[in-house]
Design a protein around this ligand. Structure first.
Ligand code: NAD
Length: 502
């Protein structure tokens, strides 16, 4: 057990990055607390609408020149940014562990996935090309060009403070737009670090801006007529009722990725040992604070008689409990730790409320994570241990609502169709996974499940940067998604030219 060196010493005083300069905000200041140590590691300003407007003016000013910069030259800035991120890989990862609480392994994964988006966006000279057809009529040609639009706001959630804004920012900038990022005020430090690297990479002033804060910054972005579009990732109520609705009213493009309630099906022909390993990272990785985390494990008895089903079910539960109770909980900078704390006490208490609700509604608590045991010598304020319920039914609150913590609900489904109904009756549609050795069940699953990200023998079906990040029903509002080609289309307007020369 060895604690890695903390990259943040003392208390950082975070600033806004506007027009290539680091500015103090006149707004109130909040503490950023490391949830494992409960120490204040930074102070972040809650900026005002006026400060949003200043950033918008700077971005507007920068836009014409950035738009005129050839895509190849824009891509070179992103190549430099990628190189700088690689150089700072470990520091960026440790910052995430300090600001969020996730294990260093989870942070390194997040850093890698973030950098991959920058990497993909460097392909912009190829990705942004249009198409054409000669002689649509005799002597007349037609072609499509993709042009940057202008200014975009990017609003991030707390659970992936480094990666999520990078689902959008590199594509927006590569296509010739200017951006204003509002990181989550709960853990904004890694976004500040990225902006420092963007500055060092030579991205011109006004192109990449950061305005820290909360709802005033969000409404400032939505209501500013110079902002052309907004990308939001966070909870469904805020995403749908504030951002999607607000962007509809103000006529902006929008991507809203919302909350989730993810199911994982285990079929009788699944390879149990590998399935349980995948489940541990899916249910407990990032302390369950992942929009792709499974929360409901459905043990499916397709093709089994009652006795066989009981024996299969008991085997799954025993193996699940055995693995979950061995997870090492503690400070994520200890690289032997497998699960860190919740982001803050409020979030931990929310998870505890769900656990109490589960008990009240008749679910059986077979592993109680409220009995906190951690392997590092830290205050336990934000920690919970892995929790498991069985005898959960689909109508229970814990089976329906997003818990966003290390809680697994084990549910019985007598056959495959019953399991699919459970998933499709849930209001969310972010992701679902199936563990099976049967191509038939895998295909039926992929075909019928109303979720945007599907895992087949994969616990966390996180799309790579060159594919869009899916989402359906109450998990997604919009048309085009973040990442990959969808992002290129979102950040560009399509112009159609029909030409004839006399
Ligand atoms: P949140 O909705 O509380 O906050 C998201 C962002 O909105 C933050 O920047 C926050 O400062 C801002 N915000 C919060 N309340 C606001 C309000 N009333 N008006 C305007 N802005 C407001 O979400 P969170 O707790 O930071 O993130 C967790 C949620 O995000 C979970 O529901 C999770 O499933 C979801 N999430 C979804 C995806 C996805 O791809 N679908 C990815 C990551 C996280």
């Amino acid at each position: 057990m060895a604690l890695l060196e903390e990259p943040i010493k003392g208390i950082l005083s975070l600033k806004n990055y506007i027009d290539g300069e680091w500015n103090e905000s006149s707004g109130k200041i909040l503490d950023v607390v490391n949830p494992a140590t409960m120490k204040v590691i930074a102070r972040v300003p809650i900026s005002t609408k006026d400060e949003v407007n200043t950033a918008v003016e700077a971005a507007n000013e920068a836009f014409p020149e950035w738009r005129n910069t050839p895509p190849l030259a824009r891509a070179r800035c992103l190549f430099r940014l990628k190189e700088l991120m690689e150089e700072h890989f470990e520091e960026l990862s440790r910052i995430q562990t300090m600001e969020h609480g996730k294990t260093i392994d989870d942070s390194r994964g997040e850093t890698r996935r973030g950098i991959e988006n920058v990497e993909v966006a460097t392909g912009i000279p190829s990705l942004m090309t249009g198409y054409n057809l000669e002689d649509i009529s005799s002597g007349i040609d037609e072609y499509v060009i993709h042009q940057p639009i202008g200014l975009f706001g990017i609003i991030g959630p707390f659970n992936f403070p480094f990666m999520v804004p990078l689902w959008f920012a590199p594509y927006a900038v590569a296509t010739g737009n200017c951006i204003i990022i509002k990181p989550s005020s709960e853990d904004p430090i890694s976004q500040i670090k990225i902006a420092e690297l963007a500055e060092e990479a030579g991205i011109p002033p006004g192109v990449w801006n950061i305005v820290n804060g909360g709802r005033d910054v969000v409404s400032g972005l939505i209501n500013n007529p110079e902002i052309n579009g907004v990308c939001f990732v966070g909870s469904t109520p805020v995403g749908r009722d504030v951002v999607y609705k607000g962007c509809g009213e103000t006529g902006k493009r929008v991507i809203v990725q919302g909350g989730a309630k993810n199911f994982s099906l285990i079929m009788p022909d699944a390879i149990l040992e590998k399935t349980i390993t995948a489940c541990m990272t899916s249910f407990y990785g990032n302390t369950g604070q992942r929009c792709l985390a499974a929360e409901n494990l459905v043990v499916v008895g397709e093709g089994l008689n009652d006795q066989e089903y009981d024996s299969f079910y008991n085997k799954v539960v025993d193996n699940f409990i055995d693995a979950a109770s061995k997870i090492r909980v503690g400070y994520g900078l200890d690289d032997s730790v497998q699960m860190g704390p919740l982001r803050d006490v409020e979030k931990k208490n929310k998870v505890i409320d769900f656990i109490e609700k589960g008990v009240q509604e008749g679910a059986k608590l077979i592993l109680d994570g409220r009995d906190v045991k951690i392997v590092t010598n830290n205050p336990i304020d934000c920690f919970l241990n892995p929790t498991v319920f069985e005898d959960v039914t689909p109508d229970m609150t814990i089976a329906n609502e997003e818990i966003f913590g290390p809680v697994a609900n084990i549910i019985k489904a007598r056959d495959f169709d019953e399991a699919i109904k459970m998933i499709n009756n849930n209001r969310y549609g972010n992701s679902a996974t199936i563990f099976t050795s049967s191509g038939r069940w895998a295909r039926e699953f992929q075909y019928n499940v109303l979720c945007g990200n599907i895992g087949i023998n994969v616990g966390i079906p996180a799309p790579m940067a060159f594919f869009p990040f899916g989402g359906m029903k109450d998990s997604f509002f919009g048309t085009l998604h973040g990442q990959g080609r969808d992002a290129i289309r979102f950040f560009t307007d399509t112009k159609v030219v029909i030409q004839r020369w006399f």
